[in-house]
Each structure stands twice: as C-alpha cells, then as structure tokens.
Design a protein around this ligand. Structure first.
Ligand SMILES: *Cc1c(COP(=O)(O)O)cnc(C)c1O
Length: 421
C-alpha cells in the first residue's frame, strides 16, 4: 500500500483508499460498538481496549465445552486447553521479535513487571538505582518504586526519571544514552517501548546497547507496542519484557499478558520467584520438592493457565496472524499519516500533535494537545460517537487501528473536530 503521500482532499478520496485497502475485510471480523446515534462508533480507543473479535465467543465456548465434557482430562486430551500456552508462543514471539522459548503468556502486565523486577533488579556496588522514563505509566513507576523499597533503597533518591528537555514533550535518544553513559549508579532501566501518553516509540537498539556497555540491565514494557509497532527484542538484546494483550492484541479486558526473557538468562535463575507451573512439563506432575525449570521464559510462569482467557488471546492473535504484521504496519503508517495530514489542515494553533512526526518513532496513536480548558472537545467527540480518551491535563489520544479502522473514519473524525473547534 503506497498512500503515505497520496492526495486525500475529500471524503471520497478517503473512501477510495478503503476500497483499495487489502485489509479492509478484517473490520467485519470485529464487533464495532454502536454510537449514541445508533450507527457504528468511530472507535479510536484500541490503544486502551481493543475491540472484540467476533470469533472470540466461539473460542470461549469451545473451552467451556471442553471443561463440561472432559473435566480434568481437558488439561491433557485432544480438544482440551492443555496446548493453549504452546499454541500462543510462536505468534507472540513473532510479534516481539524473539524466539518462542523466550516468551510465555501469563499473568498481567503489572504482575509480570513485579515478577521480573524481582529477578532482574540486582543492585551491586554503586549501581543501585532504577531509571524509568518521566511520565511512565503509573503501574511501571509504582512497581519500580516498590522493588526499591523492598530491597532497602529509597525511591525518592533511587528512582531516576529520564526527563525530556525543558519545553519538550519527547525524550531524545541521545539524552537517554548520555545519561546512561555518564552515571555510575544505575542498575536497571525500565522503559516503555511506546509511551502511553505521548505515543513516542523509543529507539531501543542504541539505548539497550548503551545500557549494556555500562552493565545496566534493561526491561521493556510493550503494553502499547505489541501488535502496534515492529520489534526485535532478541536482536536488540533486551534482558526482559512484559506486555498486556487487551490493547492492540484484542484479547479482552484483563486478558492474559506475557513476558519475555532473553536466552542469555535462561540458565540463570536470577532470584526468580518460582511456582509449580514454571517447572518443566515432563516432571511437573511428579510433584517433587525441588524445582526443575521449564524451557526458557516458561520457568517464570507460576500458576496453571487461565484457559478461557487464553482462548480469548488465541482469538486476538488470529487476526494479527491472518493479516500479517508487515501489512498491518503498512496500513497503520498510512492511517496515522492521513490523520496527521488532516490534523495539520486544521486552523493553526488549536491542536498540537505531541507524538513524534517521524513515522518510525510512533505507532497508531497520535496524542493531541488541545489545552486544559478544552476538555469539552473530548466530551463532544464522545457524544458524537467518536470513542477516544482524555489524559490530564490537556491531551486527547486517538489511535486508528489497522485491523478495524478505516480511512473514511479518520477523515470524518477530523472534520467533526474542525466543526467543534
Ligand atoms: C496498559 C499498561 C499497563 C497495564 O497494566 P495491567 O497490569 O495489565 O493492567 C501497564 N503499563 C503500561 C505501560 C501500560 O500501557
């Protein structure tokens, strides 16, 4: 699809892009919530909660039937849920750029951050601090602060926030790298791959390389990145990562999240907190008093998997696999590019895009600064059937998602905004 610079001057032009869109049919595979007026809403909130795939209900029902008919045998027999955790590994690994043995579906984002911090935060000598990006998602910050306290450090001095330059909204890669190089007190860097507020996708390869050159461990939160931007966690050398599946993976509220641990750490328990499901499957049911770690990242899993929730994850992943990451990214670049181009056509000075302008530094989301006094814009958009969100103090976030949003919706959204301004 080559339409980043295609001229779009009318709604009909945008509709022509939809007509030529090879992924257009995927929209029919989702439930689009109705707007207050009755038709489908313009749902630009897939960065917060992805829409329900129509196939999800049948997936849950298969699992319910297996439980109904097979009882405990559903763990082991054909038709049961025993294979679900293996089944999701390859698609998850593909999305994050890892080997299948480096990923596991388990828990939720925050639980996984806490679990992996407890393994990977290892203060040594002068290196005792944790660095996070300023305006990190609250959970990430809370988790970092709480592990510091649990290990006898003080978050007021030992939690370092990487701040943008005064007057800027975005973190510059060179500034992050310079901080990592100039300080000798950082043990671990916890960074979102895509910041939830600004929508900035960090250039992780040089950041991870600079961290490792200093002996700093790097954890990455992929909550806003998985299913949104391409990643190469293994090649970049990230030590660990976590994600949720209810945003761009469309696996439903509270969906099973995931974790990644680089192969170089697989033979090192790193103070891992262990449970019976992290034991190797072959000896798990021998119920031995000692722990024999499962394959790779699996060893960090603690509990038996929530089968109905994994069924939802499988339904969510199917859309991504069928459409293909590359095609989704191409459409995403085009949709968000059109959104940017249309926003730039609004009367000057009213709406500021704080998300990076460079397409490789962002995913689907644009964060629009409209001013703290214009929360009414958000309320009017919602009332008119555009589902977006407001983030204090002054930002509306919109995310056209390539699996189910259209070019025409982007057009209609901006025209509505133009009227409301
Ligand atoms: C959405 C999000 C979370 C959410 O965590 P859960 O524990 O899955 O509810 C955490 N961190 C970031 C960066 C997020 O964007």
């Amino acid at each position: 699809m080559v339409l980043a610079h295609a001229a779009v001057h009318t709604l009909a032009d945008a509709q022509a892009l939809d007509a030529a869109d090879p992924l257009a049919a995927f929209r029919q595979q989702f439930w689009i919530p109705p707007s207050p007026q009755g038709g489908p809403s313009i749902y630009f909130c897939g960065n917060s909660l992805g829409l329900q795939p129509r196939a999800a209900r049948a997936r849950i029902e298969d699992t319910m039937r297996a439980w109904e008919q097979q009882g405990i045998s559903g763990y082991f027999e054909a038709g049961g849920w025993g294979g679900y955790t293996e089944q999701v590994k390859a698609p998850l690994a593909q999305l994050v750029g890892a080997h299948p043995d480096e990923v596991a579906a388990a828990n939720t984002t925050t639980v996984n951050i806490n679990l992996l911090l407890s393994s990977f935060y290892r203060p040594e000598g002068s290196r005792r601090k944790i660095a996070v990006e300023a305006r990190a998602f609250p959970s990430d910050r809370y988790a970092a602060a709480s592990i510091l306290r649990a290990r006898g450090a003080d978050p007021r001095t030992d939690l370092i926030e990487l701040e943008p330059r005064p007057g800027e909204d975005l973190l510059r890669t060179e500034d992050v790298v310079a901080t990592l190089q100039s300080r000798d007190d950082i043990a671990l860097l916890l960074l979102a791959a895509v910041n939830y507020y600004t929508g900035q996708a960090f250039d992780l390869a040089p950041i991870i390389a600079a961290a490792h050159a200093q002996g700093i461990c790097v954890g990455v939160d992929l909550a806003h990145a998985i299913g949104n931007v391409p990643m190469q966690l293994h090649a970049w050398g990230a030590d660990f990562a976590v994600w949720c599946s209810y945003k761009y993976l469309n696996a439903g509220p509270g969906a099973v999240g995931g974790l990644y641990v680089h192969r170089r750490h697989h033979s090192d328990d790193r103070g891992r907190l262990e449970g019976w499901w992290g034991n190797a499957p072959a000896s798990r049911f021998l119920m031995r008093p000692w722990f024999e770690p499962g394959l790779g990242a699996e060893a960090w899993v603690q509990s038996s998997p929530p089968a109905p929730m994994l069924a939802l994850l499988i339904a969510g992943l199917e859309g991504h696999s069928a459409a293909g990451s590359e095609a989704l990214r191409q459409k995403s670049l085009a949709l968000t590019g059109l959104l940017e181009q249309r926003i730039d056509s609004l009367p000057p000075g009213r709406v500021q895009i704080i998300t990076p302008r460079a397409p490789q530094q962002r995913g689907a989301q644009l964060s629009l600064r409209v001013g703290a006094e214009r929360k009414d814009l958000y309320q009017s958009l919602m009332a008119a059937g555009v589902v977006c969100d407001w983030r204090e103090p002054d930002v509306i976030r919109v995310a056209p998602v390539p699996l189910y949003n259209t070019f025409a919706e982007v057009w209609q959204f901006v025209e509505l905004l133009r009227k409301l301004l």
